[in-house]
Unconditional design. Structure first.
Length: 333
């Protein structure tokens, strides 16, 4: 009996024995290692997903903006040659088919380019305006649309022909949350307005291909300020300011623009990098930035000069060149 009792005590004592401190420490360490590894994998997976999502969004934004701008720029100078009875001005009396401004922004509700200002310009972004004629008396056929997708009517008479040309104007401004966006400014039947067509456009830069010798091909690409400087050196004829203004309109170098090159810096909507690199973006290439960055603001963007909260977003430059298809000549006298 005593032998049996001793064996029972040994069995009970053996089954109730717990872990040693060493075993507990090893188990906790292994558990923490597994937990941290799992968390690291989850964070890495989330970071990869965010980067992939932001890259896809940026590429889609760039593709869409290029499509919209290309369609609008190709409309520049359009007129309806099928309507021989439509009263038109001569080509020399038209305003230019494209007009630009360097490092400027616009108000939403002012007419055309009125009220352009250098205040609150987003990273030296430019303004691009395209002019074209509509079709039919009221534009109800929708054959010609502005950048907002609204139909543009043809001119009612020779007296208002140039004033009634359609507008598609592009500029960059910030929304209520401080995010930069490319906007389309347009004229409806009752008023002027501007709507966002793409968010995340940090810089919008434009160069204009000038055909100085009249052979139909641009010899050089200049920014808007340099074209205006060429116009300021024109020898104008006229007895008064109004006459000289008409002569400037006839001779302006803006009417020699045959191509447009634009570049966009597009950023993602959220932080997706942790490299803390001060990347530099040259929108028209390093050579152009080295030569013109001082006077052509916005063609070189450094991340360390941007607000700290936005520096670690993904960014990409998109550049595109468009040949102008039309050169409004008019059929008036």
């Amino acid at each position: 009996m005593k032998l049996f009792s001793d064996r029972c005590k040994e069995s009970v004592s053996s089954s109730q024995r717990g872990w040693t401190i060493t075993e507990m420490m090893i188990a906790i360490t292994l558990g923490l290692f597994i937990l941290l590894t799992t968390m690291g994998l989850l964070l890495s997976s989330k970071t990869a997903y965010v980067m992939q999502d932001q890259n896809a969004t940026i590429h889609e934004t760039g593709r869409y903006v290029i499509e919209v701008l290309s369609r609008s720029v190709r409309q520049a100078g359009y007129e309806n040659w099928n309507n021989g009875s439509m009263p038109m001005l001569t080509g020399t009396d038209f305003s230019a088919n494209v007009i630009g401004m360097d490092a400027m922004t616009l108000k939403k509700t002012t007419a055309g380019l009125d009220g352009a200002t250098a205040t609150d310009v987003v990273n030296g972004s430019d303004v691009l305006a395209v002019r074209f004629f509509g079709e039919s008396a009221y534009g109800e056929d929708g054959a010609v649309l502005n950048c907002a997708g609204l139909a543009v009517a043809g001119p009612a008479s020779i007296q208002v022909a140039d004033q009634e040309r359609g507008w598609s104007i592009f500029f960059v401004a910030k929304d209520a949350a401080g995010e930069p966006e490319l906007r389309c400014k347009y004229q409806s039947k009752t008023s002027w307005n501007a709507d966002a067509i793409a968010r995340g456009v940090e810089s919008f830069q434009v160069l204009y291909g000038i055909d100085a010798d009249g052979n139909g091909s641009p010899e050089q690409f200049l920014n808007a300020d340099r074209i205006d400087a060429l116009d300021d050196r024109l020898l104008l004829i006229g007895d008064n300011a109004m006459a000289r203004a008409r002569d400037r309109n006839r001779k302006t170098n803006w009417k020699k623009v045959k191509a447009i090159k634009f570049s966009l810096l597009v950023r993602g909507s959220q932080v997706a990098r942790d490299d803390h690199l001060a990347n530099e973006y040259n929108l028209f290439g390093v050579a152009y930035s080295n030569a013109q960055a001082v006077t052509d603001k916005g063609v070189r963007i450094r991340e360390d000069a941007l607000p700290s909260a936005t520096r670690n977003r993904i960014r990409k430059v998109f550049t595109h060149t468009i040949q102008l298809r039309n050169d409004a000549a008019g059929n008036g006298t």
